[in-house]
Design a protein around this ligand. Structure first.
Ligand code: DAH
Length: 344
């Protein structure tokens, strides 16, 4: 009897070591067969019962059964452990199809496009029509009809790319004034954004290809006050509610009087003398404007006793440089998506 107990103790500790070392179901089953299987160690011990005195046999049978029950419980626990480990391993290498996908990197509108559409939206709200025209123009639309005759020195200011003697890449959007007036009678209110070209050397402020937006309003009783009001509204839309607009006397052949238009420096609000955006002047130059020259209106067969109008032309890159506080115009065309993404 004592001997059976001792054999069982030894067996249980070997069984326990074997099953807890099993690293998969196959090893675990091998241990089960070796100890609890039909010809396993327990069976051998059971057979030994027959050699005991008959009074001891029931007790011996019960001891063996209890041990077997404990062994089977441990077997179940170890099987669970192995199953869990296998599950963990599978989880670590598997793909969770329910996991949210990483957001894809969407592109953005180019800042010049964003700027253009902000300007268009403002003018459309005021009732202006947005019109687009060709980038290759005859010199008539580019110069002659705009009161810049062939020998006029102002032509020199538009250092243009000529395609033939009389066809050129438009150096400004002002030809759209002529194209519109040629086809329509007053009242006229248009906005013409578009690409322009000039033979300028590229630097931080100049490109040979850039964008302008042209505005034209022709009707009865139009005066410069309307111009200033509309442009002040535009600057407040683009740069903030505190913006003001100032006109400086200037010259353009197609306007009289003519003005250079400045707006309050949005960075320093005109309050410092050391601002690197406006050079301390407190003002940022936007472009040209003025009352449409009577010669231009007459060329369009408009009655200058009845109608008058104003026009302006602004550089869109110039506006964007100011709005986004960028110091080099070339940044817009380096095709760097991280750059555009910052300027939404
Ligand atoms: N077209 C001129 C330029 O590119 C800008 C300009 C000035 C346009 C005055 C206008 C204007 O409509 O009235 O330099």
């Amino acid at each position: 009897m004592n001997q059976i107990s001792q054999t069982l103790d030894d067996l249980v500790s070997r069984f326990s070591a074997a099953v807890s070392a099993a690293s998969d179901e196959r090893e675990l089953d091998a241990a089960r067969v070796a100890f609890l299987g039909r010809s396993g160690e327990i069976t051998v011990i059971r057979r030994g019962i027959g050699a005991l005195p008959s009074a001891e046999r029931p007790t011996a049978g019960k001891i063996i059964n209890d041990v077997v029950a404990t062994m089977e419980e441990q077997l179940i626990r170890e099987a669970q452990r192995i199953q869990l480990r296998a599950f963990d391993a599978e989880l670590a290498t598997s793909i969770d199809v329910t996991f949210p996908a990483p957001a894809s990197r969407l592109g953005t509108l180019h800042p010049i496009r964003t700027m253009t559409s902000t300007i268009c939206t403002y003018f459309e709200r005021l009732g202006f029509a947005v019109v687009l025209g060709p980038e290759i123009e005859p010199d008539y639309y580019t110069f002659d009809a705009l009161n810049i005759p062939a020998d006029h020195p102002a032509r020199e200011g538009f250092d243009s790319f000529f395609i033939t003697d009389s066809l050129l890449l438009r150096p400004h959007t002002s030809p759209m004034q002529i194209r519109t007036m040629e086809q329509h009678q007053p009242p006229i209110a248009i906005l013409a954004p578009g690409t322009c070209y000039r033979r300028d050397a590229v630097d931080a402020r100049h490109l040979f290809q850039f964008h302008q937006v042209e505005g034209l309003l022709v009707a009865e009783g139009i005066h410069m006050g309307h111009l200033k009001g509309v442009l002040t509204g535009l600057c407040r839309e683009l740069f903030g509610p505190q913006q003001n607009v100032r006109f400086r006397p200037s010259f353009f052949p197609f306007t009289e009087p003519s003005a250079e238009v400045d707006t309050t420096c949005p960075k320093c609000k005109g309050e410092t003398t050391t601002c690197n955006m406006c050079g301390g002047s407190g003002w940022i130059e936007l472009g040209g404007a003025g009352m449409v020259h009577p010669n231009v209106l007459r060329e369009m067969k408009y009655d200058t006793d009845v109608v008058s109008g104003w026009a302006f032309g602004f550089g869109i890159e110039r506006l964007a440089l100011t709005r986004y506080e960028i110091d080099d115009i070339r940044r817009f065309y380096e095709n760097d998506p991280d750059f555009s993404r910052q300027l939404r």
